[in-house]
Design a protein around this ligand. Structure first.
Ligand code: HXC
Length: 526
């Protein structure tokens, strides 16, 4: 029963109107009804409201636009009731901090996006922008509402436009908890972080049916656009095991981030600096420079409570990025991963690091870069794939960044990769090196083959001569004392005192201000 049908016989009393409002709200909040909710649960998915209740504190949730209605009349849509227009929108708090949310309701016409559905999302985004609060969007939708034609497309366009307006002003987090296909995938792609739920999330531009018709390729939707596929393509940032896990990851992320670009990230703890020496770090670097080691435990030993939220863990695993805290303050950690491909830089790792550095700069998050990099990955595949263009993104991102930048050189820092990983010349505010570090144009083995070629050939014992030159090169040329003598390294530190170095350096940079020449925007290589 609708509001219009009721109370025709006599005017309603105030109490009746209130009762009617209550009933209407209960009805609208049931979305597509118990049968469809049951189907949603059976397919391993929560409802839009259940999902929101896992992100914002329930008693603080203030729903917006519950009474929205569509205006379409074609294809049997005239008068068709779509409770909430297939999306729940509103605002509430997480840990007392304001968040704006939109969650598509698959139980109502497949969560498809029509004019009014899109308008609800747009107005919620406008409020997030005006109020300087993060925007979280939970996607579970059949895409553009086919019956609404261009109005549905226009709705998407308006959402994309706002994703771009919000970009760099408030954090935008997208949870993919169902289908998100075709052009619809571009709204999450324009946001800062994508969390995909294993088993239910799917993202692709060209679906499996189309591929079957066009290329004959037999592929399932999960194989094509499931979380694992989109993690290895670099589209997804996190894989969640369930809707509840996705909400948990979303809240973890929010805890590291400021509400907007004019604020600093929230800080936790006492505000005291903590300097615990960690002597296990003194033996992390193997004596053999070719031997790999895992950088992640090193990061965990340097940050508060060993808590490190890794991002894009299985995309370009030869580098590691993520958030942690030092003395209660958020830091963005970037590191080469010597355990994977010796920590070399390639196309994907350049993209991964560049994107993360840009995000941290936009949201006032200091960067700590841990360097152990043998260079850029050589090979025709990388050259043809545009390693110059992609590597340049990373150089540009670091150079254009004005938040505090601290680099620690652990072991190798060779060639352009040394500069790309934010050496002093790319604007690092502070650079420290471990005594095991080697900085040079190239590794000693390659270098002596070029500069001492004649002497090695003429030597009685070429192998011994070569080894001698390598030692000489390492000691005289590549050692951290050379860089320190030129003030390119501000201190050579024992590994065990790295936390102390970071704590003090970050504290000294807390009020850093760096002004750059006025311009509309720089031209990040694309
Ligand atoms: C209108 C839609 C819809 C849509 C689903 N529904 N998608 N209605 N427009 N895009 C409706 C269904 O008709 C159905 O209604 C209900 O939602 C649930 O859908 P089912 O098909 O029963 O669910 P399921 O079997 O789980 O399949 C989900 C699905 C499938 C894979 C998403 O519905 C599907 O393929 N939908 C169409 C996807 C699509 O091609 N969308 C347009 C993409 S183009 P009833 O009443 O029968 O239960 C696009 C362009 C965006 O989005 C461009 C932006 C620039």
């Amino acid at each position: 029963m609708t509001m219009r049908d009721e109370g025709k016989a006599r005017p309603q009393t105030s109490r009746e109107k209130i009762e009617q409002l209550r009933r209407t709200k209960i009805h609208l909040r049931r979305g597509g009804g118990s049968e469809r909710i049951e189907r949603q649960h059976q397919s391993g998915k929560l409802t839009a409201r259940e999902r929101i209740s896992m992100i914002v504190e329930e008693e603080t949730f203030q729903e917006l636009f519950l009474f929205a209605r569509h205006r379409s009349t074609a294809f049997g849509m005239a008068g068709k009731e779509l409770p909430g227009e297939g999306v729940v929108t509103g605002t509430g708090t997480y840990n007392g901090r304001q968040v704006f949310v939109a969650a598509q309701d698959f139980t109502v016409i497949g969560g498809s996006v029509g004019e009014s559905h899109a308008d609800k999302i747009c107005q919620t985004m406008d409020l997030a922008l005006k109020c300087g609060a993060p925007f979280v969007c939970i996607n579970d939708s059949g895409g553009a509402r086919i019956q609404e034609g261009i109005d549905a497309l226009s709705g998407y366009g308006r959402i994309f436009y706002r994703n771009i307006l919000l970009s760099g002003v408030v954090p935008q987090i997208s949870i993919i908890a169902g289908p998100c296909a075709g052009g619809a995938a571009y709204s999450p792609a324009l946001m800062d972080f994508i969390i995909m739920v294993r088993g239910t999330a799917e993202m692709f531009i060209t679906g499996p049916q189309v591929l079957r018709q066009v290329t004959g390729e037999e592929i399932t939707a999960q194989e094509l656009g499931g979380p694992d596929a989109q993690m290895s393509s670099g589209v997804a940032h996190f894989i969640a095991e369930s809707d509840a896990d996705a909400a948990h990851i979303c809240k973890q992320l929010l805890s590291f981030l400021p509400a907007n670009n004019l604020e600093d990230p929230p800080s936790y703890g006492t505000g005291e600096l903590e300097f615990f020496p960690d002597y296990t770090l003194d033996t992390v670097i193997p004596d053999n420079p070719r031997e790999p080691y895992d950088i992640k435990p090193v990061i965990q030993r340097l940050v508060d409570n060993g808590e490190f939220l890794e991002i894009q863990a299985s995309f370009a695993p030869n580098c590691v990025i993520g958030f942690a805290r030092i003395d209660g303050h958020t830091v963005g950690m970037v590191a080469n991963q010597p355990a994977v491909m010796a920590g070399v830089l390639d196309i994907n790792s350049s993209d991964k690091i560049a994107g993360f550095v840009r995000f941290c700069n936009a949201f006032n998050i200091p960067l700590v870069t841990m360097i152990d990099v043998p260079g850029f990955l050589p090979g025709t595949e990388q050259e043809r794939g545009g390693i110059i263009r992609h590597g340049a993104k990373m150089l540009f991102a670091y150079g254009a960044t004005t938040v505090p930048k601290i680099s620690i050189i652990l072991r190798k820092a060779y060639g352009g990769a040394y500069l790309a990983m934010c050496g002093k010349d790319l604007g690092a505010d502070r650079v420290a090196a471990w005594p095991s570090c080697e900085i040079a144009v190239m590794g000693p083995e390659g270098a002596v083959n070029i500069i001492f070629r004649d002497q090695i050939q003429k030597a009685e014992n070429a192998v011994a001569a070569r080894e001698d030159f390598v030692r000489q090169y390492r000691e005289e040329f590549a050692s951290p004392y050379v860089g320190a003598a030129r003030n390119l390294i501000d201190d050579i530190i024992e590994p065990n005192e790295t936390r102390r170095y970071l704590s003090l350096a970050l504290a000294s940079l807390r009020n850093k201000r760096e002004l750059r020449p006025q311009k509309k925007h720089g031209l990040l290589p694309m």
